[in-house]
Structure formats: C-alpha cells, structure tokens
Design a protein around this ligand. Structure first.
Ligand SMILES: [Zn+2]
Ligand SMILES: [Zn+2]
Length: 191
C-alpha cells in the first residue's frame, strides 16, 4: 500500500501545509505518520476496553483516512485498499467507517461526503468545528468551549435534540491566504 497516496499531488504541498498532522512529522515521507500511529494505538486501546472488534478492514480504513491530509470519500478509500484481483467493496468501507465514526476515531464531513481522522479523542456526542479550506482542501478540527456552551443553550431553547453537533465552515486557510493566488474553483469532493 502506498504510505502517502497524496505525495505526488500538488494540492497537498507539505512545505505549505498547515495541517496539524503534517507539522509533526519531518520530511515528506513522514507526513501524517505520527498521527496515524497514534490514532491506531488509540483505536486498539478503545476496542479492547469496550470489548469491540478492531478488524483488519477497520484498521486499514483508519490508516488510510489518518494518512491523508484532507477528507477522503469511501470510494477513494476502497480504491486504495484494493489490490489487483482483490477488490474491497465501498459498502464494506462504509461499514468500517460507521464503526470508526461511532467510536470517535473519524468524523464525516457532510458537505464533502468524506471522512477525516479525529485527533481529539472526544466522544461522538460532543461538538466539533471544522474549518474547510476550499483552495487546498485541508480540514482543521477545532473544539471550542464557547461554541459548545452556546450550542447547548441554542438547542435547549429550541427544544431540539441533535443527532450530531458538527459545525462546518468553508473558506480559506491562513496558508492559502498568505499565498495570495486568485481562488480557484472549490476542489471536487473525493468520491
Ligand atoms: Zn473530533
Ligand atoms: Zn488552504
């Protein structure tokens, strides 16, 4: 399997990449490796503690999502997990992604129908704010106590029971603003 499938794509320029997963590792080859190993460790611990099965497909799906610097769709993941003569079906990947999402290891970015790793180790019911760059495609996850509180307040006032508490904000990341190039069309969502 390719250790870093986006290595050859201009969209993911590590020198300019401000994705937190990339800043931690040194050199292009190491991009995402640190967070990927940490996330897989966390998944193994969590599965042991909760008596859940961390199957090979769940692990490989998590590794692919964690090794990518931007949201990845289920079909892309299936593609990367497939070998000649041994196809992995997208429906199996979706099932693995359900497991990973329910257990707080990955998040689904609804506006992209794509998945990103969660490095915060928070529960599935907590809120998260995603800052999605339309130019380079990176996604930063932040957690904010203020937003958490005001969301609680707003939901209580509306008498609304949320199925998820994810806020997605599209725009331009700091690195892309610094580059100052004219904005191209938003990157096509990974399918
Ligand atoms: Zn998260
Ligand atoms: Zn950007």
């Amino acid at each position: 399997m390719d250790e870093h499938p986006s290595r050859d794509e201009d969209a993911h320029d590590l020198a300019a990449c401000d994705h937190p997963a990339c800043g931690r590792a040194e050199g292009r080859e190491g991009c995402g490796a640190a967070s990927r190993a940490g996330l897989v460790d966390r998944a193994e611990r969590m599965a042991r503690e909760r008596g859940l099965q961390f199957t090979a497909l769940r692990r490989r799906t998590l590794e692919v999502v964690a090794g990518e610097g931007r949201p990845l769709g289920a079909y892309d993941i299936a593609e990367r997990l497939s070998a000649p003569g041994k196809r992995v079906a997208a429906v199996s990947v979706y099932r693995a992604l359900d497991f990973l999402t329910e257990n707080g290891l990955v998040h689904r970015i609804a506006s992209r129908n794509a998945f990103v790793p969660c490095e915060h180790g928070h529960g599935g019911g907590e809120s998260a704010v995603f800052l999605i760059c339309r130019r380079c495609g990176t996604v930063d996850e932040t957690v904010s106590a203020e937003i958490e509180r005001s969301l609680d307040h707003t939901l209580a006032r509306a008498g609304f029971k949320p199925a998820s508490r994810i806020v997605e904000i599209e725009g331009e990341c700091g690195a892309c603003q610094g580059r100052g190039a004219p904005a191209g069309p938003p990157e096509a969502p990974a399918q």
